[in-house]
Design a protein around this ligand. Structure first.
Ligand code: FAD
Length: 343
């Protein structure tokens, strides 16, 4: 493989029902950082049916080029046609780096594409950098700059692994939604649009979609919340979450929780923050009766302000908190709610 032929940072611009997903914009934002380091550009790959109009939005969020693969076969996500679209783009344009969101679609698509084009995939990354390879300087071995270093939790979250793919291209990663930051929208900024259609043969039609039934949920998406009131095992019971509901209502926040709470059946999995839950980045994150295990912190440490309430002053949550209150949440939370209501 001639690695020098592969150039540019590419991101999969996931869209659902002709709406660009937030992760696509987050990947463009991160892609810009990487591209700057490498002296190259960011290309968004937009796949779907009647999606060309979305290219403008991708340009306004920082994409330098948009490759549009538009075909009626690509109306709804199906593994085979989308894999065919992405592998064809990679074979034609030879990107150095290709990033995909670690969404349900991305987790299906990423490994399939990598297997088809014989490269590696680092799944569920929480950090991406351009650095040197080998990672550690060793006498007699030249360290080359320009390697994508992909970081993700490993061994059940007990360690953080940095992984490189030095011998194959593209270097591919799926990236956790909510971790990277999208750029501010720049109205009128234009990307170069390239239309590309590799053609779709009957081989790409293994699955036919008969009906789509959308999940109906009355639970707010915690990834969009500006204030999260998060409870842990220390809350004690499903009923006692009423204290947190009241605080959330008073302050205009949304309730979320730790995994211990989900495992206890007190709250649904949709509300779980952490390594195996959602990554959140609210302005204010209340951690109430949460110890601060590494797997929980991985999902909330990027919050602007963290306020911890815990009766154990040595709880690790205080290491990441901006403000800490040591005491019994059953006393402190109602007092806080009252004060906020009075203000
Ligand atoms: P605990 O650790 O039991 O902490 C309860 C806290 O409440 C304690 O600090 C205690 O001092 C405090 N407390 C008790 N009573 C009161 C009171 N009256 N007033 C004030 N404070 C009180 N966890 C996640 O949250 N999210 C994940 O995504 C996640 N993924 C994981 C993935 C793997 C592979 C593994 C192995 C674990 C994962 N975990 C995850 C679990 C994680 O390791 C912890 O077990 C979990 O976060 C603990 O939840 P907790 O803080 O609510 O409970």
């Amino acid at each position: 493989m001639n690695l020098a032929e592969y150039k540019g940072v590419y991101v999969f611009a996931q869209q659902v029902d002709n709406q660009i997903s937030s992760i696509a914009l987050e990947l463009i934002g991160k892609g810009k950082d990487l591209a700057k380091d490498l002296g190259t550009t960011v290309t968004a790959v937009l796949v779907g049916s009647n999606v060309k109009g979305l290219a403008d939005e991708l340009g306004e969020y920082g994409a330098d080029k948009v490759i549009v693969v538009d075909d009626p076969e690509l109306k709804d996500y199906r593994t085979e046609p989308y894999t065919h679209a992405i592998t064809s783009v990679i074979n034609e344009f030879k990107p150095d780096i290709f990033l995909i969101g670690a969404t349900a679609i991305g987790r299906d698509l990423g490994p399939r594409v990598c297997a088809r084009i014989h490269t590696g995939l680092t799944a569920d990354c929480t950090q991406l950098d351009i650095g040197d390879f080998p990672l550690v300087a060793t006498p007699g071995k030249e360290q080359k700059h320009g390697q994508l270093l992909m970081t993700r939790p490993a061994f059940g979250g007990n360690t953080i692994a940095t992984i490189a793919c030095p011998e194959f291209r593209p270097q591919m990663a799926t990236v956790r939604p909510g971790v990277m930051q999208k750029l501010d929208r720049e109205a009128g900024r234009k990307a170069e649009v390239i239309e590309f259609n590799p053609g779709f043969t009957p081989d790409n039609k293994y699955v036919e979609i008969l009906e789509i039934v959308k999940a109906v949920s009355d639970v707010a998406d915690i990834m969009d919340a500006k204030i999260l009131v998060s409870g842990g095992r220390g809350v004690g019971s499903a009923e006692n979450f009423k204290l947190l509901d009241d605080l959330a209502e008073a302050i205009g926040g949304t309730v979320s929780c730790s995994r211990a709470v989900v495992d206890s059946g007190w709250k649904p999995k949709d509300l779980q923050v952490g390594q195996t839950g959602k990554t959140v980045r609210p302005h204010v994150y209340f951690a109430i009766g949460i110890s601060g295990a590494i797997q929980h912190v991985a999902g909330m440490e990027e919050s602007d302000i963290i306020i911890a309430i815990n009766k154990d002053e040595s709880a690790p949550i205080f290491d990441v908190a901006d403000y800490g209150i040591v005491g019994d949440l059953n006393k402190i939370v109602p007092m806080l709610t009252e004060k906020i209501k009075e203000a």
